[in-house]
Design a protein around this ligand. Structure first.
Ligand code: SF4
Length: 436
């Protein structure tokens, strides 16, 4: 506790009684005696009929309670309820006394000051948020300092990490995954490793988290408060305009496949709370993430547009001749691509169906010069027309790809104020007006 904190408490208590986290302090102007008008209580004791100097002495003998009050009620004054609730979650404030929290924030018996640039992660209270690992620690006079890194780097010494203190760096640091690929979906489980933010103040921690996982704190808080406004698929699809206006054609089974393709934990760390419609739940796994997804995001809407056009096609019967192993290899290739495992298959792993040499062998054996599997044209009656169509489809794919990229960039750039779902509507509206 420092003088400023005591003076703030003194001023507060002269205005009205203070009750916070086990600290009770009061001033009775009607007592008629300034020498006995103050009262102070903590879980460790209660002291009444105090003069101002005795009140100060008692406050000095309970410094944690005073500095804790100051941090939450003065230092963080003006923070939104969501941000404040999240910061309290980081130190389990609703479940532990001030004393217990100060011990834990200090790393047990050993007090932790500002992290030293060569040490490992400082001891404190740890929270995992998606792939983030947040360590809350105690700074001088009860100020909290926060440390942020990828949870896979939990045991890495700081000397092995790219250390930052400016929260604005977070956006650039997490734009690409560890393989250098752009991350269009910020909550995809592809957060790059190798960086750390140290000694962040509360506001800076929240700014960094906004850049990494936009709106997750706000949506978590809405859900905790029983106030999460969910927009289900049918409503999202119906309100799309322009090039996205077609996605309401997708039937319920198609939406199941979308949810299974995009929203499971292996693809997105948000917990999908939107369903096909109110009271009509999808059977696809919604995931177990700590923060909810309250409406289909722009990435899913953009992908749905492509699937809607593909699902318009009628099924046909083709006849191919494959060995059993070749059939299984094609299945393995689809599976490896879908699980994002292709890059992990080494050239020497020829027992893997999606191995590059195995795939090239299959292509050499089973595809003709036009890339037709088994030499069977996709359009059997008109080979030339097929290739013209194929060319047109390709151009259409490029348009789609551009649209998807636009979404990704917008998601990224709009990150501070909107979650993925909010971005979806702004982006589609913009695209729709461009389209008209
Ligand atoms: S809709 Fe939600 S859960 Fe699904 S991929 Fe988008 S952000 Fe993730």
């Amino acid at each position: 506790m420092n003088d400023r904190q005591f003076e703030a408490l003194h001023e507060a208590v002269r205005a009205e009684p203070v009750e916070f986290d086990g600290l009770h302090a009061a001033y009775d102007p009607d007592s008629g005696d300034e020498e006995s008008a103050y009262r102070l209580a903590t879980p460790d004791g209660e002291w009444a009929d105090l003069s101002e100097s005795e009140f100060r002495e008692r406050a000095e003998s309970n410094p944690w309670y005073v500095s804790n009050w100051y941090f939450w009620e003065r230092h963080l004054d003006g923070r939104s309820p969501a941000r404040r609730a999240f910061l309290r979650r980081l130190e389990a404030a609703d479940h532990h006394t001030v004393e217990e929290r100060y011990e834990a924030l200090s790393g047990g018996a050993e007090a932790v000051g500002e992290s030293d640039a060569t040490g490992a992660e400082p001891a404190g209270m740890v929270t995992e948020w998606g792939q983030l690992r947040i360590v809350a620690t105690l700074g001088a006079d009860g100020t909290r300092l926060y440390h942020l890194r990828h949870h896979a780097d939990a045991d890495a010494p700081l000397t092995d990490l790219d250390v930052h203190t400016d929260p604005l760096d977070a956006r650039r640091l997490t734009k690409f995954d560890d393989r250098g690929r752009y991350r269009p979906l910020k909550t995809a489980p592809s957060l790059p490793t190798g960086w750390a933010f140290t000694d962040l103040r509360a506001g800076d921690l929240l700014s960094a988290m906004d850049a990494i996982y936009p709106a997750t704190v706000e949506n978590w808080y809405r859900e905790e408060a029983g106030d999460l406004d969910v927009t289900h698929w049918s409503e999202t699809a119906e309100r799309q305009t322009g090039i996205y206006g077609i996605i309401d054609e997708l039937d319920r089974e198609g939406v199941e496949w979308i949810a299974e393709s995009c929203c499971v934990d292996s693809q997105c760390l948000k917990r999908r709370e939107w369903q096909f419609a109110e009271g009509d739940e999808l059977s696809a796994d919604g995931g177990t993430g700590v923060f909810p997804c309250r409406e289909p995001c722009s990435l899913v809407v953009a992908a749905a547009r492509k699937w809607t056009t593909l699902e318009r096609e009628e099924e046909r019967e083709y006849t191919f001749h494959l060995t059993p192993s070749e059939k299984e290899q094609i299945e393995e290739i689809v599976d490896s691509v879908a699980e994002g495992e292709v890059d992990d298959i080494r050239e020497a792993d020829v027992y893997e169906g999606a191995n590059r040499y195995r795939a090239r062998f299959l292509r050499a054996k089973r595809m003709d010069d036009h890339g037709n599997l088994g030499g069977v044209p996709t359009e059997p009656d008109d080979h030339e027309e097929h290739h013209e169509d194929e060319h047109a489809d390709h151009e259409d794919d490029e348009d789609d790809h551009d649209a998807g990229d636009d979404h990704g960039e917008d998601d990224h750039d709009a990150g501070d104020d909107h979650d993925e779902g909010d971005d979806a509507h702004e982006t589609h509206d913009a695209d729709a007006s461009d389209d008209q």
